[in-house]
Design a protein around this ligand. Structure first.
Ligand code: TRP
Length: 429
């Protein structure tokens, strides 16, 4: 079966070598595998959560589009689009918002980190927190569920968001009675390993230690490499290959044999200046040929725009019919004679129903509702979903006899006899 792989890139920065090695290169390689249907998109709505500078957003989304294409993304194979070009995603975002427990969002790491900082600083916990930040995981769930992705390659910091997308999908499926959504799995790539920056810490804009990928041209690359921190050993003195980020950077662009030879030369006394020159050549051999394409695309925005429009069209061809199904499922349907609609509804509801679900407190519950939708029975919360399932099984099989032992309470104004009759009706069906 085809595996749908989907990932988004927030458009707030311009890519550096760490992004290339950690995300762009492995994602493009994966998109070339047989049996994989890839969806890569620019998460420009997510960018608005972190950034209110229009010029920066504009520049970043264009640079990112050009970077992915220059790095070899094949728009014939991959559905490549801007999130904001697919209005179905924001519409789904709302359908999902309406079934997402606020308590689930309260537990999101990114939100909690903000409130922790505020509390530590003696501020109101929600100081500076927008609804965008608070609801960030719901929009991300909409991104993923819109295309029913099986696998979502992400960094470790995003794993909780994928779990939340699963929770939200399950809740929707349960409420509306069908497996509308595939439950996605996070894929944490071994290749997503973090590349060190100039000073040996993780390469990140916030540490100001990045090597730009295309920006600044080959000179920019060379200048950044010249700033890699090394010790002061002179040419001819033996070097420790692991004393600097140079070796790891080299390794990311070399075969194991080339890396072994490079290490041996350092031990044998290769000068740092010469070593940096080798590193430059090694990286340039891979990305130099891509740079020309990057620059050509940046100089031809109308061409980039046309490619993104095509991508959006392809994405919408999938999203629009699916969204129509989802709208109908929640009751947003074209008007039709209600008699027809409601008789279909009553046929389906002719029997009492057990529903199992999980609450924001993490516990599992079940309830029994009458054919007309009134609540009859409400269970206590269980640690394990299995326990709830077992009680439902017993109540169905043993009827009123199991009622006295089950950890349940009758709804207000409901007599035990009515519940017994409902269970009997279920058992008969
Ligand atoms: N939040 C992700 C990040 O910052 C970007 C993103 C948005 C994403 N929507 C997504 C990633 C959907 C995977 C799937 O890295």
């Amino acid at each position: 079966m085809t595996q749908r792989v989907l990932t988004g890139i927030t458009t707030t920065g311009t890519p550096h070598l760490g992004n290339y090695v950690g995300a762009i290169r492995p994602a493009i390689a994966a998109s070339r595998e047989a049996g994989v249907d890839s969806f890569f998109f620019l998460a420009d709505y997510h960018a608005l959560i972190k950034c209110d500078e229009p010029a920066r957003i504009e520049r970043s989304r264009m640079a990112l589009a050009a970077t992915w294409l220059a790095a070899g993304l094949d728009t014939e194979r991959v559905t490549f689009y801007r999130q904001s070009d697919v209005p179905e995603i924001t519409e789904l975002n709302w359908l999902l918002t309406c079934v997402t427990a606020k308590g689930l969002m309260n537990r999101a790491h990114a939100y909690k980190a903000s409130t922790d900082i505020n509390v530590a600083a003696g501020e109101d916990p929600d100081h500076g927190v927008t609804m965008g930040l608070f609801c960030y995981p719901v929009l991300m769930a909409a991104d993923i569920l819109m295309f029913n992705a099986h696998r979502v390659p992400v960094g470790r910091d995003q794993v909780q968001h994928i779990e939340m997308a699963r929770d939200v999908a399950q809740r929707f499926n349960h409420l509306f009675g069908r497996e509308f959504f595939t439950l996605p799995d996070a894929q944490i790539d071994a290749e997503m390993a973090l590349l060190p920056g100039l000073d040996g810490r993780k390469m990140s804009k916030s540490y100001d230690n990045v090597v730009p990928l295309f920006e600044g041209g080959s000179k920019g690359l060379k200048d950044a490499i010249a700033r890699i921190v090394t010790d002061s050993r002179l040419p001819g003195e033996p070097k420790d290959p692991d004393s600097t980020a140079l070796t790891t950077l080299f390794e990311a662009f070399a075969t194991p044999e080339q890396t072994a030879a490079f290490r041996a030369e350092l031990v044998a006394g290769l000068g740092w200046g010469e070593a940096k020159q080798r590193l430059y050549q090694q990286i340039e051999a891979e990305i130099g040929p891509m740079r020309a394409r990057y620059e050509a695309l940046m100089a031809a925005p109308e061409q980039l725009e046309a490619l993104m429009q095509q991508g959006a069209q392809r994405a919408r061809a999938i999203a629009a019919p699916f969204l129509a199904e989802l709208r109908a499922a929640v009751g947003l349907r074209p008007f039709q004679p209600l008699a027809a609609a409601s008789s279909a509804a009553t046929q389906k509801a002719a029997l009492p129903v057990f529903k199992q679900y999980r609450e924001a407190d993490g516990r599992f519950y079940f309830k029994l509702t009458a054919a007309d939708g009134r609540l009859l029975l409400q269970s206590a919360g269980f640690e394990q979903g299995r326990e709830a399932g077992q009680w439902v099984g017993r109540l169905k099989a043993e009827g009123a006899a199991a009622l006295a032992q089950a950890p349940v309470s009758l709804a207000d104004g409901v007599a035990a006899e009515e519940v017994g009759a409902a269970l009997a009706a279920l058992a008969e069906a």
